[in-house]
Design a protein around this ligand. Sequence first.
Ligand SMILES: Nc1ncnc2c1ncn2[C@@H]1O[C@H](COP(=O)(O)OP(=O)(O)O)[C@@H](O)[C@H]1O
Ligand SMILES: [Mg+2]
Length: 260
Amino acid sequence: MKTLAVANHKGGVGKTATARALGDALAGAGLRVLLVDTDHQGSLTLSCGVREPAKSLANVYAVAGHPPATLAEVAQPVAKNLDLAPASLALAAADAEIVARPGREFILADALEAVATRYDVAIVDCPPALGQLVINALVAADAVLIPAQPQPVDVAGVRLFLETVARIRANRRLNPGLSVLGILLTFWDKRLNTHKAAWKAMQANGWPVLPMRVPRTVRVAEAAAVGQSVLTYDPQNPAADAYRELAKVVLKWLRENGTR
Ligand SMILES: Nc1ncnc2c1ncn2[C@@H]1O[C@H](COP(=O)(O)OP(=O)(O)O)[C@@H](O)[C@H]1O
Ligand SMILES: [Mg+2]
């Protein structure tokens, strides 16, 4: 099993929509996929049609009085080949509670290792933060995918996030093997010069900006509201095209790294 974190400390950049769409695309390609929702807001959980799960990542992290549970106990089926380890509001307590625990950076990595034979890939949707849960995801991940909006202010945000990734990688006890799968531009509007400028600025910095861009479309939010990704909700939509292209990049990465 390989683990891909979908992360950016900024909110509203399409992390969750991307994780949901990748889950569908990779499960559709025949891989056994585990989606992991580590954001207490639970947007990924809702967009999988799951409400008020009995067990959640709050059990995996054993926070807010939740009895410890394994990812295998917490995961529930969403579709063929696609399981979800849901989030719950109780996860909001995790940052404060786990900060004093020995080995706090490795809780998710250890939990994922225990289900490594059950899945081909785990996709970890991160909260918009730079706290313990995001560090856990980056420590557990083989690669990170960074969705970002193509706005000039977001260029600075991506720089900050790449620095965080570099710090995790620079610490040999944390995750020296962490790679950046790429920066995925979302909410793309080809008519906007500001978007083109931000895209060019990221490329000029030498950052690994992915070639496909996910256009802004109300269909993505509509899909989430009915527990779907845009791939099944509106397969002809250009955003679905972009996510299928992204899935090809992830499949290539998985092949090159020994999963399928
Ligand atoms: N390409 C897109 N076009 C339009 N709306 C989008 C797009 N991607 C995501 N959204 C919507 O924007 C909001 C934020 O997206 P989300 O994926 O939840 O971002 P994040 O997880 O980074 O906070 C959600 O309501 C989502 O449905
Ligand atoms: Mg989100």
